[in-house]
Each structure stands twice: as structure tokens, then as C-alpha cells.
Design a protein around this ligand. Structure first.
Ligand code: ASP
Length: 330
């Protein structure tokens, strides 16, 4: 049987990390190892796919930028339009993997698999997890079942939707979880096994596009805490934000003093989305005053993902009701 052709885009991260010793699992340089060396570490890849790679960036993903996202989205569109490419695997740092994944889930239009993977231990560590994760990501990318499921995150033997996956632990190999919906599947002895598929709109069905876009609208995330008086809301508005995601308490609750400031921001034309600092759950309408001010609930999107949806929405419209609808569709 002819092997599928998988294109690997390397962006850096711990999977390409180099530490001073084999026992060091923190305090290393992320993104230090190039794509060729990464591929050489996993010769088994060739058994399952025809693999070629490209070094798109060499970042610690904490330094990910909208510029790189736009470049990545355009490169994915270009590669996936090519009949000679069957899928893409992106190696990426874990810190912002869920954000890049969700961005591509909304901005790239293709049924072909796009799989993100990375590592929690640097490539130089004893028991580095990168080689197995890369092999599993390629196995998922060549699976017919991965088509049409949107952007996937494959780490530590689980397959998750980029809409749902969240980095939940600072150092554990099992850091990615989908707290609300659970994983889509597992990789068992190299074999991808799916149990569910995402129903919220994505990739081919997404109405968002970043073609010809040079930058994304500025959207701030403000994090709720006891005794928050909302002084940062005005700072954000003065800074020229087009949107604010408020990581509220519990069900997107907002202290009264902050609510007043956010309502003022809406009056000035800023879109306000209520998300939550809680680890899981849907943000519902809650208080009637929130609706009256025009605040929008983030559904089950955490603040960093709610921010991405708002950035893409703002490229199309500033109509609050249209943007509200997006949070029930995507
Ligand atoms: N700081 C690293 C990064 O996100 C962490 C990792 O890859 O696990 O690039």
C-alpha cells in the first residue's frame, strides 16, 4: 500500500529542547533542536508515512505571536491545497499549543488532518516523551478517521480536539485534558482509536478567514480576583483594545465595581466576553444585568480560547449579536 504523505512543520518547544544533562527536565532551552534532528530521532516514522519537514519557527511557545499564527495558517492552507500532501503534523511548545490549535481549527479550511504535538521533557532527557508523541501524531495524521475532525492535539496517548484541550499541569506528561467533553480517542500501541467527533463548526465549515490579513485585533484578557476594582479595564480601553475577555469567577461572575467599568467599555464600542477562571463548565447568561450591558458568554471556551474566537470574529464584524451567535456555533 502506498504510504500517505505527511508534512511536518516544526515551530520549536520542549520537543526540540536541549538541557545541560540527561536528568534535567526543567531549566532547558526550548526550540534548540532543528527539524532534521527531530526526525532522525524517530526512524520508525518512515514505516508509516512519507515524511518531509520544514522549520517554520524555533520558539519557546510562550513567545508565540499573531504573526507566527498568520504565517502558520497560510502555510497550512497552501500545503493542504496540494494533492501531494495528505496531512500536517505541527511540533509545538505545550504552553500555547491549545491556542495555536484552536486558531488553526477556526482559520484553516481543509478536511485533511492537522495534528499538533509536543513534549513535556526536553529531547535530551532520559525518557523524553517527544519521540513517542511525534510517532503517535504521525499515526493519527495518516488515519482516514482523522479527516474532517478539525485540528487535533495528540500527546501522551490521547487524541483531543483543539477546541477542548487545555494544558492543566505544569510538568506532568499527562498535562492535556479536555475538562468538559473528554478526549476524542486514544492511541493504543500506535493505533489511533476514535470514540467521538467534534460537532461545533471548524476548519472546512468555518466562516473565518485570515487570507490577506496582516494583524489581529487587540483583545485583552483580564483575570478576576477578590477585591478587583476594575482599574485595568480602563487601562485596556486606553490601550486601544477592540475586545476584552473577562476571566470571571465561577459562572463568569463579575464583581459589581468591575461590571460598571466593563459596561462603560461596551458603551465606548469595546466587545466584552465573560469567560471563567474556573477549570471547567459553560458560562451561562447568569445575571440579567450582564445581558443588558451587552456582555457575551464564552460558552465552554476558556479565556485564552474565547480571546481567539473574538479576534477572528472582530475581523468580520463589530455587531454584538452576531458575535454572540459565534459563541454558540464555534
Ligand atoms: N515552554 C515550553 C514551550 O511551550 C514548554 C513546552 O514545550 O512544554 O515551548
Amino acid at each position: 500500500m502506498t504510504k500517505k504523505r505527511i508534512y511536518i512543520l516544526a515551530t520549536g518547544g520542549t520537543i526540540a529542547g536541549r538541557a545541560a544533562s540527561e536528568t534535567a527536565t526543567t531549566g532547558y532551552q526550548a526550540g534548540a533542536i532543528g527539524i532534521e534532528e527531530l526526525l532522525q530521532a524517530v526512524p520508525e516514522l518512515k514505516e508509516f508515512a512519507e515524511v518531509q519537514g520544514e522549520q517554520l519557527a524555533a520558539l519557546d511557545s510562550k513567545d508565540m505571536t499573531a504573526d507566527v499564527w498568520l504565517h502558520l495558517a497560510n502555510r497550512c492552507e497552501e500545503l493542504l491545497a496540494n494533492d501531494e500532501i495528505d496531512g500536517i503534523v505541527i511540533t509545538h511548545g505545550t504552553d500555547t499549543m491549545e491556542e495555536t490549535g484552536y486558531f488553526l481549527h477556526l482559520a484553516v479550511h481543509s478536511d485533511k488532518p492537522i495534528v499538533l504535538t509536543g513534549a513535556m521533557r526536553p529531547a535530551t532527557a532520559v525518557s523524553a516523551d517527544g519521540p513517542m508523541n511525534l510517532l503517535q501524531a504521525v499515526r493519527v495524521a495518516v488515519s482516514d478517521e482523522s479527516r474532517g475532525k478539525g485540528v487535533l492535539i495528540v500527546m501522551n496517548g490521547t487524541i483531543e480536539s483543539a477546541r477542548e484541550a487545555v494544558k492543566t499541569h505544569t510538568t506532568s506528561l499527562d498535562t492535556f485534558q479536555s475538562p468538559d467533553m473528554g478526549a476524542l480517542g486514544t492511541v493504543q500501541d500506535g493505533e489511533p482509536i476514535f470514540y467521538r467527533q467534534p460537532l461545533r463548526r471548524h476548519t472546512k465549515a468555518s466562516a473565518f478567514s485570515v487570507q490577506g490579513i496582516a494583524s489581529l485585533p487587540r483583545v485583552a484578557i483580564l483575570y478576576a480576583h477578590a477585591d478587583d476594582d476594575g482599574f485595568l479595564v480602563d487601562a485596556a480601553v486606553q490601550g486601544g483594545v477592540k475586545g476584552i475577555v473577562y476571566a470571571g469567577m465561577g459562572n463568569g461572575s463579575i464583581p459589581v465595581r468591575v461590571e460598571k467599568e466593563l459596561a462603560e467599555a461596551v458603551r465606548k464600542g469595546v466587545i466584552v466576553v465573560r469567560s471563567t477562571r474556573s477549570a471547567a463548565g459553560r458560562v451561562t447568561k447568569a445575571e440579567t444585568s450582564y445581558e443588558e450591558h451587552g456582555f457575551i458568554g464564552s460558552d465552554t471556551l476558556n479565556p485564552q480560547k474565547a480571546r481567539i474566537l473574538l479576534q477572528l470574529a472582530l475581523l468580520q464584524t463589530t455587531d454584538k449579536e452576531e458575535i454572540r451567535k459565534f459563541y454558540s456555533i464555534y
